[in-house]
Write a protein that binds this ligand. Structure first.
Ligand code: HEM
Length: 196
């Protein structure tokens, strides 16, 4: 089984759990309120802040230059959303995230975490369409985080998969990649549960 098939098979249940607690029904049927959208952005901000810090501290850029990590960071997008939604920064940066940060063991754990963060942009394409049609959100012009790479989502995902598959071809890589992906999903889950 290649690494992508293995990741899909072993973490599908985690994705489904996250969807179930992540307001996805309301997102998709366009009943999500502005307050709920703000909560969603807040929780993504908290989780991405912690995870990107961890990825960077563990040297993701140096270990995987082909990823072009800098332009995959989601924090600049979340900062823009926070600004445009008028969410106060101060209490947000003092809020402690819930759950256990994933153990991103070098080098392969970093890729497992990146798989979850990058894969979310695929779901984002579906989500952003629904958000744009939601009349409770009609005052908003931009959905920076959920819109993410826009028309570049497909090519960005393909380039990520090239790196993932090259690295995941080593048999010793598979288990740490899958384990870090699982822990990353669970970290999102703990924070969705607490803050949504
Ligand atoms: C409302 C919530 C969500 C919905 C409706 C949703 C929907 C989707 C959809 C439709 C895909 C498949 C895209 C495709 O195959 O072309 C997908 C893939 C994926 N999503 Fe989600 N998603 C949601 C939340 C999340 C969250 C919060 C995360 C992680 C933080 C996430 C991580 C992923 C990953 C890693 C994949 C890639 C799976 C793969 O192809 O290997 N999703 N999602």
């Amino acid at each position: 089984m290649d690494i992508l098939e293995k990741l899909r098979a072993e973490t599908r249940g985690e994705h489904d759990k996250l969807e179930a607690i992540g307001l996805s029904d309301k997102i998709m049927d366009k009943t999500l309120s502005l307050e709920e959208y703000k909560k969603l952005i807040r929780v993504h901000f908290m989780v991405h802040q912690a995870l990107e810090e961890q990825l960077e501290a563990n040297g993701v850029e140096e270990l995987f230059p082909a990823l072009d990590y800098e332009q995959r960071r989601k924090m600049p997008l979340l900062e823009q959303d926070i600004g445009e939604l008028g969410i106060a920064r101060e209490p947000l940066s003092r809020q402690e995230p819930a759950g256990q940060l994933p153990q991103l063991n070098k080098p392969f754990g970093l890729l497992g975490c990146m798989y979850v963060l990058e894969g979310a942009t695929l779901g984002g394409m579906v989500i952003v369409k629904a958000l744009k049609k939601n009349e409770h959100l009609s005052s908003l012009e931009n959905f920076h985080y959920f819109g993410c790479y826009g028309g570049e989502t497909g090519p960005q995902w393909k380039r990520f998969l090239e790196v993932l598959k090259d690295e995941g071809a080593h048999s010793e890589a598979q288990e740490p990649i899958v384990e870090a992906a699982r822990q990353t999903y669970q970290y999102f889950g703990a924070n969705f549960k607490k803050f949504l």
